[in-house]
Structures are given as structure tokens and as C-alpha cells.
Design a protein around this ligand. Sequence first.
Ligand SMILES: [Zn+2]
Ligand SMILES: [Zn+2]
Length: 431
Amino acid sequence: MAAATGTLLIKGGRVVDPAQGIDRVDDVLVRDGRIVAIGPSGLRADEVIDAAGLIVCPGLVDMHVHLREPGREEDETIETGTRAALAGGFTSVACIPNTEPPIDTQAAVEFIHQKATRADTCNVFVVGCVSRNREGKELAEIGRLVEAGAVAFSDDGAPVYDAELMRRALEYCRMFDKPILAHEEVLELSRGGVMHEGLVSLTLGLTGMPAAAEEVMIGRDISLAEVTGGRLHVMHVSTANGVALVRAAKARGARVTAEACPHHFTLTDEGLRTFDSNHKMSPPLRTAADVEGIVAGIVDGTIDCIATDHAPHAPEKKLLELDRAPFGILGLETAVGLAVTRLVATGRIGWPRLVESMSTLPARILGVDRGTLAAEAVADITLIDPALEWTVDVGSFRSKSVNSPFDGWTLRGRAVATIVAGRVKYRLGGR
Ligand SMILES: [Zn+2]
Ligand SMILES: [Zn+2]
């Protein structure tokens, strides 16, 4: 990304930077794309943004985004997905490699970097495949992918099914200090399922995906992380017991981190009563007790971060009947609103924890030099209006797809400006 030249002064906002333990009303001065300092500045800047009443935080980082390019440009492209990211307040995304072809070569990593540079939107960090062609048979060339700039490894969309391969992947990635981002699912237990297995699936006569399908695999991978000393990041935890497994592993000192998605702390399997495929995701929406378990995990830090699992699907695919529609929903443009509405406005967490979960920790887990407003850091900054009430309208989304169950919802809290390397890349309504 090209950095800005000149000075930018963000005045009088509530500056929240958990990496430095800062939470106070202050000014932020930026010069030539980098943070100069937080503090009152007598300087005349080239550009001034009045941030009174706004949260000023390090740019948000979403470590779980499906940009679909190459191969499924009818759903999303690097350009449209990163524009959606900016509109959602994200200055960085990590793209998951289940593209067609999958990102399992240096050339594929370079392709993503080139496309992202051309889009000139937000930072795109590349996640490489764990296994060659995502087939789960042999390891991808992880060392060469690291050389090309891959920040983590994942076969998401599917689990790394072979336990011995997962063990070797954890051992190998450990040498590079890279995490494996794991989609946790025992396929024999979830096969044919379209929703959570429970009372609602029984009532509706739909095939269920039991909580155990996720929890058994979380348990396996925690064991493998402990035996190898490798870094496991559990993606999209959806069950209360899954949170408990991660909590216990952390207490033992295992190198395990975890994320949760806004839909999993907002919706339950009751939503499937509408037979709307925008409530079909993997792992599925579960029970109210699971939602509470995830919120508790976010509150106590067992769940390190909030990630969206942004999964665009073109309308004709999501309009298929429930059995045939693909799993997943959009996330980038509703994440801040859902997190503020569900977690901050309800008093469950404060702003520092929210910023930590959406910026500081995802940057730290990926090992990228973002997620702070420290002096000399790249000036990736998000301005959020914490009180703004707005109505979700999928028709106004930057994403190429519209598969969101939140269309028409009124949410509180929204990114109003997104700044990448000192350049204002998004402003809500020209504010
Ligand atoms: Zn997944
Ligand atoms: Zn995913």
C-alpha cells in the first residue's frame, strides 16, 4: 500500500489502544503514513479530522475472510471484498486459501499480493494451504509459502482430516512460528447436516450437525498442539463446550488461541424455522446456551478475537433450497455493529476489550506489525461512532454478494472513517 505524505491530525476522539494501555480523549498525529504521537499537538496539520464523540482505535484486523478470488469471482473479488472491509472499519484482512485453485504455491500468494496492490484498498495478508491442493494428503510447501509472505496456514472450508498430517503441520509451522487456523469438524458426525442437531432440527425434520462433531476435533487438535508445541488457532468456535475445551487448554499452557464470529454470538438455531439459507453456516448456529458460552469466552479472554468468516455466495446459490444452498454468510460490513450492539451496548465488555479482540490480538496471532497506535507504527486507524444507530441494508453493501441474515436489523455502532497508512480510504456518507 502506498503511504500518504504530509500530516493528518485526528482531534479530540476517545483513543483506545490496548497494546499501549491507552484509553483517553486525545489527539493522534500522523505524518507520512506513520503515527507520530498521541497527545495534544500545537501543529498545523495538512488535514484535520474532528473525532469528538468517536472511538479512535488501531485499524481493525479480520483474520478470517473468504475473498473468493481466484476462481469464484461471481461471489466476490479481492477488490469488492476489500472495499467491504474498509466500509466495515477493517484496515487489514487475512484471506483464507480455499479458492480455485487453492493458495498453495508461491505464485498463488504473489497473485493475491498483486491484486491487492492494484485494488489499493486495505492490507491483505495471505493464509496458505496446510495441504497440497487442500486435499489433506501431503503437506503444502509451507517453507516456500512463508518465503512468499504467507502469515498462517489453513485448509478451512474443511478440517485437516488426517491426524498424522495435522501433527506434522503443527511441527513444521512451529519452526516458522506460524499458527494453523483450524476448521474443527468430524465429518462422519456432521455428514448431510444443514443445521445444529437438537430440538429445532428434530421439529423441522432437518438433518443435524451435532456439537460433538466440532468438539471432538477441537479436542484432537489441542492434544496435537500440546504434543508438538505448535500453535493452534481454533476458528469459529460455536459451542459452549468448545469454549470450555479452549479455556482448559490455555490453563495448561497450551499454545492455543481462538476466534468467534458475530453470528455465533448473536443468532441461534431457532432462525432456521424460516428455512432461510442465510441462517445456514458451518459450524451451524447453535442454542442460546452456546451463545452465552461464547459471550462468556469473549468476556474472559478465552476467545481471543472476533473474526467474521466473511463467506460471500452469489444470490442464485443462496436461493437454492436449504439442503443444496452453500454454507456461510457475509460478515465484514456488519461485524462492528453486531459486536457493539451485542457486547458493548449490553455492558458485557468495554471498548478496550472490543478493540483488543478486533485489532490487537488478531494482528499479534498473525504476527503482523499492525494493531497498535504506537509511535512509528503504520497509521492504520479506524474511527467508530459508538452511538450511531443504523439499519442494515444489503443493497448498499460494497460486497458483491448479499447473503446476510441481518438485512433490515437496526444496529448500534458503526465505522465512520477507515484510514490505511495515513490515507482516508473510507468515510461514511462523506462525514
Ligand atoms: Zn470454516
Ligand atoms: Zn471460513
